[in-house]
Design a binder for this molecule. Sequence first.
Ligand SMILES: CC(C)(COP(=O)(O)OP(=O)(O)OC[C@H]1O[C@@H](n2cnc3c(N)ncnc32)[C@H](O)[C@@H]1OP(=O)(O)O)[C@@H](O)C(=O)NCCC(=O)NCCS
Length: 325
Amino acid sequence: MGSRIVATGRALPRTAVSNHDLARRMDTSDEWIRTRTGIARRYVISSGESLVDIAAAASKTALARAGMRPAEIEAIIVGTVSSEYGFPSFSCQLQHRLGVDSIPAYDVAAACSGFIYALSVADNAMRAGEYSRVLVVGADALSTMVDWDDRAVAVLFGDGAGAAVMVAEPGPRGVLSSLLRSSGEYWHLLSVRSSGVRATLDSEVRRSPDDAIKMKGPELFKIAVRSMADVTLKVAERAGVGLAEVALIVPHQANIRILNAVADRLGIAPDKVFTNIDRYGNTSAASVPIALDEALEAKRIHDNDLVLLNACGGGLTWGANLLRW
Ligand SMILES: CC(C)(COP(=O)(O)OP(=O)(O)OC[C@H]1O[C@@H](n2cnc3c(N)ncnc32)[C@H](O)[C@@H]1OP(=O)(O)O)[C@@H](O)C(=O)NCCC(=O)NCCS
């Protein structure tokens, strides 16, 4: 038995913020942000908006496309570090919002690698025969955790959610292999204390700098390139597949220069790497499922294509999934 993604969905907050908007609030420029990161705009959550609602919208789209009612789902697994509560988990809130009862619902906290981790957990559970239909979600709102005076961090992040419906299925299609890695040694390169303060860009409430995301950008950049390249090679090796056979890589969208450097290192043509960072920024665990949903909509993925998902994030965590579509 294996597992296969049968449908995806995505949803974003209402408010789009361009680099020009940010340049009016802080000492930065559209030119700096575009050339250093590839980002032109991002969506950020406003006061009164709920990330759980956004995740529910993405989930409903995925479920409708799968031709499934929420009640048919047997488990909900969410990659997130953005629950408004210490507990209940984000997944339990999402379960309630979807009107589903008495199924397992739990979060996987792996920061930007959250969706890669959640997909692997779901796949393993389905292989073990535990569930036959699982909703896997990546949702984050890191814009609520930045210090808006720290321009090196504040310009990078956007918010959103992406969802995938997975079904247990024998046969050659679906998840071929996953590889998850973490190294707590590097925790200090990207971290945020849990302050309990939810500070949206439009509210008066501000996180204190001590409670905002702390990042050592240049060090993180180098490790992200190395680790994403390594896990990409190894997940393909594990499945006995050559990278040349992969039709499309759908990576975590952290920085266009990271994606280009990984492609360079692996000798992968840029047109085999899906990017949408210009429109969303780094949406953390939401970035891979949002990109996957867009790649499908743009018909960049066809039946039986080999598709590789990869990510690196706070923890540090990194990982990849290889799928036969
Ligand atoms: C953050 C990042 C874009 C910074 O790019 P960089 O080329 O490494 O830039 P540096 O940090 O060396 O800063 C270069 C200069 O730009 C300035 N700068 C930083 N942010 C700026 C901004 N938003 N606007 C204008 N200038 C900025 C710095 O102050 C520095 O100025 P100085 O040379 O006068 O000191 C890059 O390091 C990065 O993307 N790292 C990985 C981050 C990441 O992916 N995090 C999430 C992982 S999931």
